[in-house]
Ligand binder design. Structure first.
Ligand SMILES: C[S@@+](CC[C@H](N)C(=O)[O-])C[C@H]1O[C@@H](n2cnc3c(N)ncnc32)[C@H](O)[C@@H]1O
Length: 204
């Protein structure tokens, strides 16, 4: 494939993927990251988002990079790698036991594109739903959520669901996302919590 602007920029800036710029642009638009935050990054390989998140949260913060594919260790010491499928049933309890509640959950998880749009859209929605479920189990009140989605028939239902959990739900396509791609990012700001979790001390 022809090397594009963001690909070249990523190589010259030391980022592992052109996707790094998508996260930078999402953060520029919504001002989500702060120093000291704990962030979970789903579908993190090869690691561009984790690098960006690592720099934004700084040495007092932490990024937990999760992927079912191998992730090459980072030089940034505030990134921890977990090699797991996000559909693993024990993931939430494992993460909570180790890190407690978190400030942000970001997911760039996507399937290998088959070319069958409805199949790809449907797998993408299930990955985004899984990311949203993990967010509702692990986020602090006021925490944030980002997930990749493909524009398609199930997008609106997903947004309606997201808005049950966040004060604000937005869709955003960063400039670094290829125009011809159906990819779009959903952003949830100010996690409200569920009735049950609001009563738990851990969420306060
Ligand atoms: C577009 S790449 C992510 C790029 C990454 N954000 C970056 O900046 O380098 C999508 C990733 O999702 C991962 N993925 C897809 N399904 C997954 C699953 N069920 N569990 C964990 N990772 C998954 C893939 O292995 C792939 O590495």
């Amino acid at each position: 494939m022809k090397e594009d602007f963001y690909y070249t920029q990523a190589r010259s800036s030391g980022y592992r993927s052109r996707a790094s710029f998508k996260l930078q642009q999402i953060n520029k638009k919504f001002s989500l990251f702060r120093k000291g935050q704990i962030i979970i990054d789903l579908g993190a390989s090869p690691g561009g988002w984790s690098q960006v998140a690592s720099h934004l949260v700084g040495s007092g913060g932490k990024v937990i990079a999760i992927d079912k594919s191998y992730i090459t260790p980072f030089k940034e010491s505030n990134i921890e790698i977990i090699n797991k499928d996000i559909l693993n049933r024990n993931l939430s309890s494992l993460l909570y036991a180790k890190h407690g509640v978190i400030d942000g959950l970001i997911s760039d998880c996507s399937p290998n594109i088959s070319g069958d749009f409805s199949r790809d859209h449907s797998i993408q929605i299930s990955l985004a739903k899984r990311a949203l479920l993990l967010a509702t189990e692990l986020l602090k009140i006021d925490g944030f959520f980002i997930s990749k989605l493909f524009q398609g028939s199930e997008l609106q239902t997903f947004m309606d669901d997201l808005k049950q959990h966040f004060e604000i739900g937005k869709l955003y396509k960063p400039a670094a996302s290829r125009k011809k791609s159906a990819e779009i990012y959903v952003v949830g700001l100010k996690y409200i919590g569920t009735l049950e979790s609001n009563t738990k001390e851990k969420k306060e």
